[in-house]
Design a protein around this ligand. Structure first.
Ligand code: STR
Length: 509
């Protein structure tokens, strides 16, 4: 009898402390507010049929606040819509949030994360980044080499605009070829001519990849769907196979010509680093060195990123210049004053060409190339602001919201390059810290310097010589981007008319 009441008492005491521990002593975790979600499909009912994910996430702030969470299938996703939280994720806790989630489509594209952009954080990843960084700065030495390559392409682009004057021109594909040739030169020391069959093939597979990769499509949410026939996945596989074929050709050529000493392009630099690593077994990468796959995927990444992003921004700039001819006029006035007609624009002009620089900054704000960046993953239990974030959570930074925050930007929907200039117009500055066109922190864009050089030089060369306008009988599309790994520009036609002062002059040198 006695032992029974002792046992009962013990049990009650245990229950009491257990409850106390659960509700009082162990603090309850404070997760961000969540969208309604169902088992298995998560919050998909709210997301279904809304392809413009960046706009949807922007709107959802009104109801759920600027930090909220949702479930993509079984994946817990936190959406960040405010720059303070974004900076905490990218800068203050950069390393904790430096992971990348694995996705079916990016795994296919990158041979299970052997690239830089989509691979998760690891010592080898850091090494790869360092290598590419040093290769890029080798080209930038005094920025001379790159400047020369870009100007060469700008000249040939102007030659083509001159030939096609007066007729309506698909400027997008000319811009793409110019940008592709810069990156080709950087990666492989090669380039394409107009109408080149390999170039056409490259255009085709790149578009296929952009159309299918990392769009939070169903396959990325429910990996088991990949065992069913899937049109997007089939297209992606076909495009990746086309890319691999071109990549192998370059690889074989480089391996054959490689002599171990000189490195002429990015592929040589990577080949050299791989050899060094193999000769130097003391490297602390636990036998997990740079494989051939790592090398190929790194080059493919730089190539894809270098082409898609810069071309997209150039297309946005041209579209905005057609929509706002007065902005184009102002840039041309600035060019006439600061550069004139007797010489070509060069990088050192960037310092004085503040209106063109401000226009580029404003385009990068109003139409960020990467509206949701690439999702990050929390590598341990952590927090954002006052909210707890569990390990494994996917963090989506909504750059669209950050660049359209009404508390930070005056009339954010309006295109106004002047907002980036001080009163004198001679100095460019950012009126708000809510501006991260290249991301920030451990995974910040590696091509920022190159991109800014290209945007400036291509636009300066074109506008020095030509005025862009809408061809007769054509109308412009609304400048609403289509969501994807990059914010895609609608198609439009352009007429490039040679400016008066250039008549009779050579425009392509
Ligand atoms: C474009 C299409 C292609 O052929 C290869 C790639 C791989 C790198 C990707 C690129 C893509 C799209 C833009 C990305 C880039 C890495 C960094 C860049 C996602 C899919 C941005 O973050 C904007």
């Amino acid at each position: 009898m006695m032992s029974l009441s002792v046992a009962l008492l013990l049990m009650l005491t245990f229950l009491f402390f257990w409850k106390l521990a659960k509700w009082k002593l162990v603090p309850r975790l404070n997760y961000p507010r969540s969208l309604p979600s169902l088992p298995i499909i998560g919050s998909l009912l709210q997301l279904a049929g809304q392809p413009q994910v960046h706009l949807l996430f922007h709107r959802l702030q009104q109801k759920y606040g600027n930090l909220y969470s949702l479930y993509m299938g079984s994946h817990y996703v936190v959406v960040v819509n405010n720059y303070l939280h974004a900076k905490e994720v990218l800068l203050k806790k950069g390393k904790i949030f430096a992971g990348r989630p694995r996705m079916v489509t990016t795994d296919l594209l990158t041979r299970n994360g052997k690239d830089i952009a989509f691979a998760t954080y690891s010592p080898l990843w850091k090494f790869q980044r360092k290598l590419v960084h040093s290769a890029l700065s080798m080209f930038g030495k005094g920025s001379l080499a790159l400047e020369k390559i870009i100007c060469q392409e700008a000249a040939s682009l102007c030659g083509i605009l001159n030939v096609t004057q007066e007729s309506s021109l698909d400027i997008a594909s000319e811009l793409t070829r110019a940008v592709t040739n810069v990156v080709c030169n950087l990666c492989f020391k090669s380039s394409y001519h107009r109408g080149d069959a390999e170039f056409e093939a490259m255009l085709q597979y790149s578009q296929g990849i952009v159309d299918t990769v990392a769009k939070e499509g169903l396959v990325d949410i429910f990996p088991w769907l990949q065992s069913f026939p899937n049109k997007d996945l089939a297209l992606l596989k076909q495009c990746v196979a086309m890319r691999d074929q071109l990549l192998y050709q370059q690889f074989a050529k480089h391996k054959e010509a490689f002599n171990g000493d000189s490195a002429n392009d990015l592929m040589d630099v990577l080949l050299k680093a791989k050899l060094n690593m193999e000769n130097n077994n003391s490297h602390l990468l636990q036998g997990q060195g740079l494989t051939e796959d790592h090398l190929l995927m790194t080059v493919a990444d730089i190539f894809g990123a270098g082409v898609e992003t810069t071309t997209t921004v150039l297309k946005w700039i041209v579209l905005y210049l057609l929509l706002y001819p007065e902005v184009q006029q102002k840039i041309q006035d600035e060019l006439d004053q600061k550069v004139g007609y007797n010489r070509n624009p060069q990088l050192s002009d960037r310092l004085h060409m503040t209106y063109l620089e401000a226009t580029i900054s404003e385009v990068l704000r109003i139409r960020p190339v990467s509206p949701l960046l690439i999702p990050h993953e929390a590598l341990e239990d952590t927090s954002i602001g006052e909210y707890d974030i569990p390990k494994g959570a996917r963090i989506v930074i909504n750059l669209w919201s950050i660049h359209h925050d009404e508390k930070e930007w005056d009339k954010p929907g309006e295109f106004n390059p002047g907002r980036f200039l001080d009163e004198s117009g001679n100095h460019i500055y950012s009126p708000s810290p809510s501006y991260l066109p290249f991301g920030a922190g451990v995974r910040v864009c590696m091509g920022e310097v190159l991109a800014k050089m290209e945007l400036f030089l291509f636009m300066a060369w074109i506008l020095q010589r030509f005025t862009l306008s809408i061809p007769e009988g054509h109308t412009l599309p609304e400048p609403e981007g289509k969501f994807g790994v990059v914010l895609q520009v609608p198609n439009f036609k352009v007429k490039a008319t040679l400016r008066k002062a250039w008549e009779g002059l050579e425009v392509d040198q």
